[in-house]
Design a protein. Structure first.
Length: 275
């Protein structure tokens, strides 16, 4: 028997595909441009298939030796910021979820409101602070900065996840003599592992893609991949093909990780969703 679809269902499906294609199109465009000669990358009308495919752009990007160093900086900075943010967010979310006060909701809203502050509004004081404390162009400085920037998101996600865990389980562990640290480490953490994993990956992705702060507080020693990409815009001109190749090399690691972990990420994001 042929299944009939309602017009509303078809409309939603078409809209979903349209949005997905609109999001994926710039990525596809950059991927194709990375295999084009420089002149064909800026040609109009553009050629999508019938062009001279080349790997020269990738060879040029990798020839200088800056990519491996920037990749290592991105891994260290994004990984360090994610781990530090979770280390601070877990006890904060535990306290708000299992020992709330009448100020808990206000604190959560205040933390979330800090994400609405334009980063450029605090650029000068942050820059001066980093300069006076010797944190400019250091991995530690960028890690601390990105941890503070993404900490509200980590607390909110873990708070929502912890709220779904029955408090009776934690009470039972206390009756068995578990301390607060043992309760968090051996009881709460394993039960909230999907939420912890999704929070880690989300913060890792945000830190990996951060460009505003990395371009303003780093120069050479701590420059991650975002600064590496920006280096292809120079006084000689904007090389679209090489820029596209650098972009593909920069997003490839996190894109592959996200594709491999998409099921766990969706599970962690939907588990404990705020009702």
């Amino acid at each position: 028997m042929m299944r009939r679809y309602r017009p509303s269902t078809i409309a939603v499906s078409v809209l979903t595909w349209a949005v997905a294609l609109a999001i994926a199109f710039p990525l596809l465009w950059a991927l194709l441009a990375s295999f084009k000669p420089e002149l064909e990358a800026i040609a109009f009308p553009p050629r999508f298939i019938d062009f001279d495919w080349t790997l020269d752009n990738y060879r040029a990007v990798l020839a200088g030796g800056e990519y491996p160093y920037a990749l290592r900086n991105s891994i260290l900075i994004a990984g360090g910021a994610s781990l530090l943010a979770l280390a601070l967010a877990v006890p904060a979310a535990w306290a708000m979820a299992f020992a709330p006060t009448r100020h808990t909701r206000g604190i959560l809203l205040w933390m979330l409101s800090t994400k609405m502050l334009p980063a450029v509004g605090v650029l000068i004081p942050v820059f001066l602070f980093f300069r006076d404390w010797g944190l400019l162009d250091t991995r530690i400085g960028v890690i601390l900065l990105l941890t503070a920037a993404n900490l509200p998101i980590a607390v909110w996600m873990l708070y929502a996840n912890f709220r779904e865990i029955p408090g009776e389980i934690l009470e039972a562990s206390r009756m068995d003599g578990a301390s607060i640290s043992q309760e968090v480490l051996w009881v709460l953490t394993p039960m909230a592992l999907p939420g912890l994993a999704s929070s880690f990956f989300l913060i890792f992705t945000l830190a990996w893609n951060e460009s505003f702060w990395t371009l303003n507080v780093t120069s050479t020693d701590a420059a991650p991949l975002t600064a590496f990409i920006a280096a292809f815009s120079n006084p000689e001109g904007l090389f679209w093909a090489r820029l596209s190749a650098a972009s593909m090399l920069s997003i490839a690691p996190v894109l592959v990780i996200g594709w491999l972990c998409q099921r766990q990420l969706v599970r962690g994001l939907t588990f404990g969703a705020v009702k």
